[in-house]
Design a protein around this ligand. Structure first.
Ligand code: UD1
Length: 365
């Protein structure tokens, strides 16, 4: 009998790409005999990225709580009620055996309704600090697969399985070489290269710090692959034009495996998936956690590596003044790069997608 699974959530790449990794692993394990429906939030990134990965998606009309402008939350209760109704309709029509929540807007209404209808739910929590919605949902969830250990602080201990975060197979099974990837980006295969990535949406403070350092990259003969996110892309492109021999600017990178393969050193936000991927690809990294993520969870994510000497960290408010020194001295320090590479590699969980898929299939009655 064909199994039916809903995967709900999204909002940013850090929720969408683990969801796609789980879906792909489910398809492999069920040998194609599975029907998967994604549920996301209308207007968010998943409505584009999920169909690109070959899956169907339904969009709920749901928005997140706006922390910066409290008055923008007036419509929130109405949208929540509407999305709960929509979630009920999806359950009635699709009749899933299991509902998986990956966090982000659509996850809460979909899992809440599934739990009320007695449908088993599995939560995949990416961060080392649990969000409020997942804490509420955890009491009635059947299983909680976590990216980090120590999550008993937030969830019922008996339901937790520490799996690590599921990384897309295009990264875990990549054959991209450094040489071929540098050529792909139009760069010189003999020069040191830095990859800067500000998470799926880009990072303002990192972009501004890099912008100020552009001439230094040429001076030091170091190449740069600069992922800017949408808002900063045009500014960055114009600023980098005089340095185009050394600097490549991209708004969003689809083949992340090539960007990782090209890099000697990475500068990155500390989103949970960026971290999981950097462990798999074994890169010496300077993390700049986004300080306004809920409960400052990016700092907590990054510190779990820094404490194991597996990465360096710069605070967001230090990045403008210190990024240049930290980066260019790291590039000169071969021993430190090797130590960071060895230590970060030991934290990789390249089979998390398969382990989570097994857990999902166990819940099918
Ligand atoms: C601001 C904020 O609250 N961000 C959260 C969001 O981040 P965000 O979505 O930015 O973070 P992650 O770093 O976890 O994931 C980014 C994902 O997008 C992919 N990618 C990124 C850039 C690009 O050009 N191309 C590309 O494919 C990466 O390979 C990765 O798979 O979700 C994460 C997982 O819950 C959280 O840890 C982050 O704190």
């Amino acid at each position: 009998m064909q199994r039916k699974v809903i995967i709900a959530g999204g909002g940013t790449g850090g929720h969408i790409f683990p969801a796609i990794a789980i879906a792909n692993a489910l398809k492999t394990q069920a040998k194609g005999d599975i029907d998967i429906l994604f549920v996301g939030a209308k207007g968010k990134m998943e409505m584009e990225k999920v169909p690109q990965a070959g899956y169907r998606i339904e969009g709920l009309e749901i928005v997140g709580f706006n922390r910066s402008n409290i008055f923008k939350n007036i419509l929130l209760p109405f949208k929540l009620i509407k999305s709960l109704g929509h979630a009920n309709r999806i359950l009635r029509e699709f009749k899933p055996d299991v509902v998986v929540g990956v966090g982000g807007f659509a996850s809460f209404p979909m899992l809440d309704r599934a739990q009320r209808h007695g449908i088993p739910t599995l939560i995949q929590e990416q961060n080392s600090f649990a969000g409020k919605a997942n804490k509420v949902l955890s009491h009635r969830a059947a299983r909680i697969c976590t990216g980090y250990d120590g999550m008993e602080k937030f969830f019922p201990a008996s339901k937790i399985l520490v799996t690590g975060n599921p990384v897309r197979s295009s990264i875990t099974q990549s054959h991209a070489t450094r040489h071929e990837s540098l050529v792909h980006f139009g760069l010189d295969a003999n020069k040191k290269t830095v990859f800067v990535v500000g998470g799926s949406l880009g990072a303002k403070s990192i972009n501004e710090a890099i912008h100020a350092l552009l001439a230094s990259f040429v001076e030091k003969d170091v190449q740069l692959i600069w992922q800017t996110g949408k808002p900063y892309f045009e500014t960055a492109k114009a600023a980098a034009a005089p340095f185009s021999s050394h600097v490549k600017v991209l708004e969003f990178i689809t083949n992340m495996d090539q960007a990782y393969a090209a890099a000697d050193v990475v500068i990155s936000r500390a989103g949970a998936l960026a971290i999981a991927e950097l462990c798999v690809v074994k890169k010496a990294t300077v993390f700049v956690p986004y300080p306004f993520a809920a409960e400052d969870h990016q700092t907590s994510n990054a510190m779990s590596l820094v404490n194991k000497k597996a990465a360096l960290l710069l605070k967001d408010n230090e990045v403008g003044a210190q990024l240049g020194t930290t980066l260019f001295s790291l590039l000169q320090n071969k021993a430190l790069i090797e130590q960071l590479e060895t230590n970060i590699a030991s934290l990789a969980n390249p089979h998390a997608d398969q382990t989570i898929a097994e857990e999902v299939l166990k819940l099918v009655r």
